[in-house]
Design a protein. Structure first.
Ligand code: ZN
Length: 255
């Protein structure tokens, strides 16, 4: 059975040379990454705002630092799934391709994707709130070891925080503007594993559609986007995306 249904969808994908993709937590969940807190015993008693906001960090930087170290360890123990790998494959067969993600786990890069736009930052980096210096995992762990209170500080004295977007914080301007450009200029926009409810990321598929792109949604369940999508491929990304990419290759005469 084909996942790309309809003559129009086939015609458009056959010709498309500029594809933009938006991925959300659904694709990470298929790699075993809990969407936010999962059922992590110790952390269950804290609200997402306490663990992931500037105010929460300000009140208890040691706790928030531990929480992100814990999350990072879980993420480093997971692997890209067939959906991540299929997207890396899709990038290789079209001339212009952007992968916009709301995920912070860097699984797309580990799968081999090159043009990744991170709307919410990534958990593998930390930065100094005062001077902006960026610390990768090794550098961060090295500084972390030096502070008995588990609150690592930069040489300049500033607090070091994860490079992720917290509740109430704006998206990184450069990343969002790059994503916006991709959305309004692409021929096909594919939204994968996202609810379509969290703005402003959820506006991207709408911008794409209103600027003439063909909008495809890949999701096991209906979302806020389903009604405006030109094609809804119903299913888990890890199950339907590999086949979707194979079908695109066939349409393009690559198989
Ligand atoms: Zn600093």
């Amino acid at each position: 059975m084909s996942v790309i249904e309809g003559k129009k969808a086939k015609e458009i994908l056959k010709k498309a040379e500029f594809i933009a993709v938006l991925t959300g937590s659904g694709i990470s969940a298929e790699s075993g990454i809990p969407t936010f807190r999962g059922n992590d015993g110790l952390w269950k008693k804290f609200s997402p705002e306490e663990l992931s906001s500037f105010e929460g960090f300000y009140r208890n930087p040691a706790m928030v630092t531990e929480w992100y170290r814990y999350r990072r360890k879980i993420i480093l123990g997971t692997k890209p799934n067939p959906a991540h790998l299929a997207l890396a494959d899709l990038e290789r067969i079209v001339a212009e391709f952007y992968l916009i993600t709301q995920n912070i786990d860097r699984l797309h890069q580990r799968a081999g994707s090159k043009k990744v736009i991170e709307l919410h930052g990534n958990i593998m980096e930390n930065y100094c709130m005062k001077c902006g210096k960026v610390f990768d995992i090794e550098e961060f762990d090295c500084v972390y070891e030096k502070f008995e209170d588990h609150v690592p500080r930069c040489e300049c004295g500033g607090y070091i925080r994860p490079n992720v977007v917290w509740f109430g914080e704006p998206l990184p301007e450069e990343a969002f503007s790059e994503a916006y450009k991709a959305a309004v200029n692409c021929e096909v926009f594919i939204s994968i594993g996202t609810s379509g409810a969290v703005r402003p990321a959820a506006d991207l598929p709408r911008y794409a559609k209103y600027n003439g792109a063909y909008l495809i949604e890949i999701n096991p369940e209906r979302s806020y986007l389903t009604d405006i999508a030109d094609l809804w491929v119903k299913g888990k990304a890890g199950e339907v995306l590999p086949q979707f990419v194979e079908e695109v290759k066939k349409l393009k005469g690559m198989k």
